[in-house]
Design a protein around this ligand. Structure first.
Ligand code: DGL
Length: 265
């Protein structure tokens, strides 16, 4: 048994897609969330910059003595995970491998689409992870405009602006005949309903959710679950709390008044 919290970080709102699932499947766990809202987006930046931001995110969370850290960011998972695992003495889980595994298991026709940030797309991380476990064909595309749309709360299923952008990104992948689509940036599951509406014949893989399931398995296997029946969550951001809180409340469906704190590095 281990009552220490789980640390989760992302560049902004996106990692909440993992938090939502963690709260559902591990209600006894306490969560410390960090959204680097002062520096979002990460996906347009160089691998060096992403690495240095990721180190600061890890070091902030390590102050809470977490039993594990979830890198709930496709970009950091693609570009920096191996180094973070090597350099920090804490169980660190990313979002790429578990999503690749799930997609490989559910595809019927062996054609998997991946949408992600530009940095993740350029890294080829999902393609590589899938090629290690299956011979599925992978069609990858960057979908960077989704990140500011999500950060600004354009997340309703019927939002015309987000729908237009989604069609532009997703229709070319549908034309390739994909039957499975990995939402390879954790911001994207926030608009999963909208994407499902545009691509109804495709199975969507939520990278945050798959990573949460993977972490649960790890904690169970290693007898590291919390003994509590109800965990506590704290949220930290690197810019104003208000914008984050209102979108996070919409997505998580819970009030965050007084739970979001702004930090400075
Ligand atoms: N949510 C992140 C990801 O999964 C980062 C998006 C961004 O900041 O560009 O890639």
């Amino acid at each position: 048994m281990d009552n220490r919290p789980i640390g989760v970080f992302d560049s902004g709102i996106g990692g909440l897609s993992a938090v939502k699932e963690l709260k559902k499947i591990l209600p006894g766990e306490s969560i410390i969330y960090f959204g680097d809202t002062g520096r979002v987006p990460y996906g347009t930046r160089s691998p060096e910059t992403i690495m240095s931001y990721a180190r600061e995110d890890m070091e902030f969370l390590l102050k809470f003595d977490p039993k594990a850290i979830m890198v709930a960011c496709g970009t950091v998972s693609s570009v920096a995970l191996d180094t973070l695992k090597k350099d920090y003495p804490v169980k660190t889980v990313g979002v790429v491998k578990s999503a690749a595994k799930k997609a490989s298991a559910v595809t019927v026709n062996g054609k998997i689409g991946v949408i992600s940030t530009g940095a993740t797309h350029r890294s080829g991380a999902f393609k590589k992870a899938i090629s290690e476990i299956s011979d599925a064909e992978v069609f990858s595309a960057a979908a960077p405009l989704f990140i500011p749309l999500v950060e600004n709360g354009y997340i309703d299923k019927n939002n015309e602006v987000t729908r237009l952008v989604a069609k532009d990104y997703i229709y070319p992948l549908l034309e390739k005949g994909i039957d499975t689509l990995i939402l390879g940036c954790t911001h994207f599951p926030v608009i999963k309903e909208l994407i499902a509406d545009i691509a109804p014949s495709v199975t969507l893989i939520d990278s945050g959710k798959e990573a949460a399931c993977h972490l649960k398995d790890y904690l169970c296997e290693n007898e590291m679950l919390s003994e509590k029946t109800s965990g506590e969550s704290r949220y930290f951001v690197s810019d104003t709390a208000e914008g984050f809180s209102s979108v996070a409340e919409m997505f998580l469906g819970e009030k965050l008044v007084g739970k979001v704190e702004k930090i400075t590095f």
